[in-house]
Design a protein around this ligand. Structure first.
Ligand code: SAJ
Length: 442
């Protein structure tokens, strides 16, 4: 199938890079978003999110005439839906006394509805948003049928999840393997032809529900594996073992690859997607459910470690370094670092947070510092919450001159103990209650 013009609906972390990549490969792209502010920003050649290389790519796409943005779709050969699928705010599911979160599919629903007036015979519609199993056939296809056309007979319909890593989106969009699940083999082939314009990785064709499951399985696999790493950090703490040392030794086993413990699991993917499985089948997903519980509780465990380092939290001034959900991104959504800061504050500490990727973020309840210096100058303790590259380069001797703190807590294994101790600090690390030497003495 040949594509001259496409509409990409939703211009966020996935939609915007996808739209500009298609435009860079010679396809006319209309980017659609409900936010007039986003549309105006993009049409001016600016962007509203931080992603390395994206600004340049969007500017080139706009200048080439291949890309523009609008609040409504238009006639096109293909429509891609890349809108958010968050949780419902105030509604929960319940199974056997356990409560679970529910997907809010309103954005997918209205994106599909917005396509209906423009849908023509022979078009392709692709859902990219992470969704509960069967969304393509049970939610999207019936909405599109309001056009009088039937998915798989009159137009093609497919599900193709994005699998790119924030911070590496532009490269991974092109290089990663891509799965296209069609409601018919012809729909999968149409999706194959569309993404084939730029994807260099393998493109695998399957059915729509398999593709939905693949996406959820990937992120759930990671969540469950991070949960076990976090549980190991608690066990190591209890038994006076350095979890980082233990993991690095265990990982020498050829079939073991334990992930890293930390303050928890954040972002808009791994901490969200496993719930879609739980919602779809709570009676057969106890492992997935409990892994989510472990990771969601990890910020509290981290706060306990900090409390132990300081004796008590009441009135203590704590410099929190990093609020993003993971290293070197500006995304503060669903961030465990932010949750740690909130709990510390709630327990009586005075937190000053320094987030170099979003220094002027408005985080309710948190005092955002305007510089590293402002965050640490009067602190009782410095807490490393995110492994931003620039934090890892700190020279403890220089930091010592800028702060009254003599205690540092490293929750991500980012700093070398000796270097900080040589500069006069006491360093405590998550999952490292006592040194192995002390442990042996017991
Ligand atoms: N984390 C740990 N320990 C680890 C690895 C990660 O605590 O060993 C934490 C991070 O700090 C962060 C969270 O997990 O808070 C998630 O970070 P991540 O880098 O693992 O993943 P995301 O959420 O940025 O992106 C994931 C990716 N999925 C997989 O790696 C299976 C990406 O490929 C997906 O496209 C993306 O979710 C998505 O959009 O679904």
């Amino acid at each position: 199938m040949n594509f001259q013009k496409i509409c990409v609906i939703g211009l966020g972390y996935i939609g915007l890079p996808t739209a500009s990549t298609f435009a860079a490969h010679g396809i006319k792209v209309l980017g659609v978003d409900i936010s007039p502010h986003i549309i105006e920003t993009i049409n001016k050649g600016q962007i509203h999110i931080h992603e390395p290389g994206l600004l340049e790519e969007v500017q080139k796409a706009i200048q080439s005439g291949n890309f523009r943005a609008a609040t409504k779709p238009e006639d096109a050969d293909a429509f891609i839906i890349a809108v958010p699928t968050p949780f419902q705010e105030n509604k929960f599911g319940e199974y056997n006394g356990l409560t679970y979160k529910l997907a809010d599919m309103r954005a997918v629903t209205s994106a599909a509805e917005s396509i209906v007036p423009f849908l023509r015979k022979g078009n392709l519609v692709v859902l990219e948003s992470t969704s509960p199993p069967r969304t393509t056939v049970d939610l999207v296809a019936p909405i599109l049928a309001r056009s009088g056309l039937k998915a798989g007979r009159d137009f093609h319909l497919a599900y193709s999840p994005e699998r790119v890593l924030p911070g590496q989106i532009l490269r991974e969009l092109i290089e990663n393997a891509r799965v296209i699940g069609g409601v018919t083999p012809e729909s999968a082939q149409a999706g194959y032809d569309l993404y084939g314009t730029f994807v260099k990785g393998q493109i695998i064709k399957t059915d729509a529900t398999t593709a939905e499951m693949v996406k959820l399985m990937e992120n759930t696999y990671r969540d469950v594996n991070i949960a076990i790493a976090n549980e190991f950090s608690r066990l190591a703490d209890k038994f006076g073992v350095d979890v980082w040392e233990a993991i690095s030794i265990a990982n020498l086993h050829p079939r073991v690859k334990i992930l890293s413990p930390g303050p928890g699991v954040g972002g808009h993917c791994i901490s969200v997607d496993p719930w879609f499985f739980v919602e779809a089948a709570p009676e057969i997903t106890p492992l997935i459910y409990h892994s989510r519980q472990v990771n969601d509780a990890q910020p509290h465990f981290v706060v306990e470690t900090i409390k132990r380092a300081l004796g008590s939290l009441k009135g203590k001034k704590i410099a929190a370094l990093g609020l993003a959900y993971k290293p070197d991104v500006d995304d503060l959504r669903e961030s465990p670092a932010n949750e740690v800061a909130q709990i510390l504050q709630h327990e009586g500490a005075q937190v000053k947070a320094w987030e170099p990727f979003k220094p002027d973020a408005n985080m309710p309840g948190i005092d955002m510092a305007s510089s590293l210096e402002a965050a640490i100058i009067e602190a009782d303790a410095i807490v490393l919450l995110v492994k931003h590259a620039e934090f890892l380069k700190f020279n403890p001797l220089e930091i010592a001159k800028k702060t009254s703190a003599r205690i540092v807590v490293d929750t991500v294994n980012g700093w070398k103990k000796e270097a900080w101790e040589n500069a006069g600090f006491t360093l405590l690390r998550l999952g490292k209650n006592k040194s192995p030497v002390e442990n042996r003495k017991l």
